[in-house]
Design a protein around this ligand. Structure first.
Ligand SMILES: C[S@@+](CC[C@H](N)C(=O)[O-])C[C@H]1O[C@@H](n2cnc3c(N)ncnc32)[C@H](O)[C@@H]1O
Ligand SMILES: [Zn+2]
Length: 275
């Protein structure tokens, strides 16, 4: 049952109202709510995720259609090379947080590779969180805004991952254990470039590497950067989904697309929290 998967977050959650630890409360074999000692209480959703947002999700959260497109893209194996590198770099972790975790796919693959680990997928999108709630028995799905105070206890995570998602460096450093590791995945200029060029999609900002390093300074020491490259022979359905899963979906997805060869081209950045 998906609500049991939420048990993976035991000892890791903090109350979004007062910051005190949140305990998970069961009714029979079902986890039904999370509550702090001060009496703040949050119901577990029927679909198994825990919503700690305390407000409506923002307009730019991923929609049901985007989440479905992303699910198909990830199931195609197009990003498997990224998952393999994450598993290698994160192999020492026992507690993992994936911020902007989307469908839970990447964290689930990481947990497959780390049999003793458990994790929290945090995302502001309810459709994404519903899907993540079913992604893996050791994965807890939580709805929260990465730009605010994370509803997570300090220094409890060995590993924080953030793939193509908002980065709140001060909060990432707070929730990481002293010898913890932050892995950030960002798109490089060649990422899916043939699709972006052909269909006039949003580009990748030129200064984004500098912005990443600037945002990390004061919170993290930069350990290194690994580039990941893999070829993708995308049929028309995959091309459409690659467009529909990202921010371009907010501007309309072209109906007539053709098969094309493209490349996943991303950087994996490694950071250690400053203490
Ligand atoms: C480009 S998707 C990447 C999803 C996932 N990391 C992956 O690679 O498959 C960005 C994700 O960040 C989430 N997101 C956007 N703004 C957010 C915020 N303020 N707090 C938490 N998640 C956010 C979106 O809902 C979406 O799931
Ligand atoms: Zn509280």
């Amino acid at each position: 049952m998906a609500s049991e998967f939420l048990g993976a977050a035991r000892g890791l959650l903090a109350c979004p109202v007062c910051g005190e630890p949140l305990d998970l409360v069961a009714d029979g074999d079902r986890l039904v709510r999370a509550a702090c000692k001060a009496g703040h209480s949050f119901d577990v959703a029927r679909q198994g995720h825990l919503n700690l947002l305390g407000s409506a999700q923002p307009a730019n959260a991923d929609t049901v259609e985007m989440v479905e497109a992303r699910t198909r893209v990830l199931a195609s194996g197009a990003f498997d090379a990224v998952d393999a590198v994450l598993a290698r770099r994160g192999s020492a972790a026992r507690t993992v947080l994936d911020v902007g975790g989307g469908t839970g796919h990447h964290l689930a693959r990481l947990l497959d590779a780390l049999p003793a680990a458990r994790g929290v997928s945090l995302d502001v999108s309810v459709p994404a969180a519903r899907r993540a709630a079913k992604a893996h028995p050791r994965l807890a799905s939580v709805v929260a805004d990465a730009w605010g105070a994370l509803p997570l206890r300090s220094r409890r995570f060995d590993l924080v991952t953030c793939l193509f998602a908002p980065r709140n460096m001060a909060e990432f450093a707070r929730v990481l254990a002293d010898r913890g590791l932050l892995l950030v995945v960002t798109p490089d200029a060649e990422h899916l470039a043939s699709i972006r060029d052909t269909y006039g999609l949003l580009g990748i900002e030129g200064d984004k590497d500098d912005r990443l390093l600037r945002s990390a300074s004061g919170h993290f020491e930069t350990i290194g950067r690994q580039r990941v490259r893999s070829r993708v022979d995308a049929d028309a359905a995959l091309v459409r989904d690659l467009i529909a899963m990202g921010p371009n979906a907010f501007h309309g997805v072209p109906q007539d697309v053709e098969a094309i060869e493209t490349r996943v081209a991303v950087s994996l950045w490694l950071f250690r929290p400053l203490r």
